[in-house]
Write a protein that binds this ligand. Structure first.
Ligand code: ADE
Length: 226
């Protein structure tokens, strides 16, 4: 899969893709992430990418032309499944959306900075608007990293143990059960006996019960569709 990320400050997003699981996914050729700096498409005499808000008000708005040039260039090179604008007024991101995108070929993630982007770019190019939660970031860059991470880790071959993506919290509308590793006894706190029993039927049953119990306690809203 290929993800193109358009931003005025692509440096903000470098390290997540140069480290650990995402880095390995790129090295194995399972995912490609390409950054595009909007400033490279600023062709007016001041190489400007933002301007003041029509009608008055604080902050700067990212201008149409550089964004339009950048997106149009990418669109002329390949078909995109979606052009996603990261914005706090978009639909809230969740595991189902991540699952859907993990089956796609090409995505554009468009990051606003300053006050956001000119509405006409949303009308002209954007096919979906996504928020990562009810709070406002300085720009869409960190949100784009969140989406890319959640999507890329689902691609076949990215995680060593294929099972581990399937047993994530949210994957079946339940939170994850508690997990333990060595030692069996830490400061008097013991690993539940059933996990040492080798009885996989019983272990699965215990994990399911715990997952239900934790979900009821922490996120009862998830159980309404369960
Ligand atoms: N840009 C600024 N805040 C955001 C948020 N919460 N989600 C997505 N993009 C954003």
């Amino acid at each position: 899969m290929r993800i193109d990320i358009i931003s005025a400050v692509p440096d903000l997003m470098e390290s997540p893709f140069k480290t650990s699981i995402l880095k390995r996914a790129m090295e194995k050729g399972l995912a490609e992430v390409h950054f595009h700096n909007v400033r490279d498409f600023a062709f007016n005499k001041h190489r400007q990418i933002d301007d003041t808000v029509y009608g008055g008000g604080a902050g700067m708005v990212m201008m149409c032309e550089p964004l339009d040039l950048c997106i149009s260039k990418l669109k002329s090179e390949r078909d995109y499944d979606d052009i996603i604008y990261l914005t706090p007024d978009g639909e809230t991101f969740n595991q189902k959306i991540a699952n859907t995108y993990s089956l796609k070929e090409n995505l554009i993630l468009l990051c606003g900075h300053y006050k956001g982007i000119d509405q006409r770019i949303r009308d002209l190019h954007v096919t979906r608007e996504i928020s990562i939660g009810d709070f406002v970031l300085t720009g869409g860059e960190l949100a784009a990293c969140v989406l890319a991470d959640a999507i890329i880790r689902l691609l076949p071959g990215v995680l060593n143990d294929e099972q581990s993506a399937l047993t994530d919290s949210f994957q079946d509308d339940l939170l994850s059960p508690p997990i333990y590793t060595k030692p069996e006894n830490y400061k008097g706190m013991k690993v539940p006996e059933v996990l040492l029993s080798g009885n996989f039927g019983k272990i699965e049953e215990w994990r399911h019960e715990k997952a239900l119990e934790i979900t009821k306690l922490k996120r009862p809203d998830l159980l309404k569709d369960y």
